[in-house]
Design a protein. Sequence first.
Length: 287
Amino acid sequence: MQKIRKAIFPVAGLGTRFLPATKASPKEMMAVVDKPLVQYAVEEAIAAGVEEIYFVTSNAKRAIEDHFDKNYELEAKLEEKGKKRILSQVRNLVPSHVSIAYVRQHEALGLGHAVLCAKQLIGDEPFAILLADDLIDGGDQPCLKQMVDVYKQTGAGILAVQQVERSQTDQYGIVDVDSTHQIQKIVEKPKPEQAPSNLGVVGRYILPSKIFELLEKTQSGSGGEIQLTDAIAELIKTDPVIAHPFTGVRYDCGSKLGFLKANLEYGIKHPEFGDEWLAYLKARLCG
């Protein structure tokens, strides 16, 4: 069984739900307290054993490349001022054994197309996909690490899922599973009355490289987009794919409300000022 060493981060989206904040800055660079969303996702991947990170970007996402690159002027100023703790944080965003590369998605043709853009970088290995919009607090056991553990036991593809409100099934890929959580059916954004269940797929995947040949055969759907869900629907006809109801809390940071909730909760947990922030909230709500 091959190790999950590689991960794709599709980050080429326009972030229209957060305009005008995302007019000149990528939505993945929006900060939850003091770290951008994309950094949380990268840290989760590294904690799961990922060694090669591939960002699928667009021409408006240069800030992501700059964030993970060295900034010699900033580091020199921090060192000069003796700000060692902050300097260490800036220098050690990614461990030395982890590599990062970037590939462009020249047209916004959907998640499936974005994944396909990284085909040559992944090769014939199984790999992970992480959507930074979905910030998942897994505590001591990050979501992708949970999924890697299931992969090691089964060798199957793994999709992170959670129960969603029946009224919201048209916002997710929805799966139907058997008693072993093996996926029997997957549908992209079905209407509530047509949804096979209320198990929604969230932004974490482990898939075999076979998905690339299926994506190449996938017809574009609404808006001319190639859907990853459609390729997975073909994959489950021949290969096992398991739905993993992860342990943890997911914040949909692609929505304004989810982003605000994440900032509130991560602020409470922050080691520097969490207690003070909680006291302020209590006083604000009860005062």
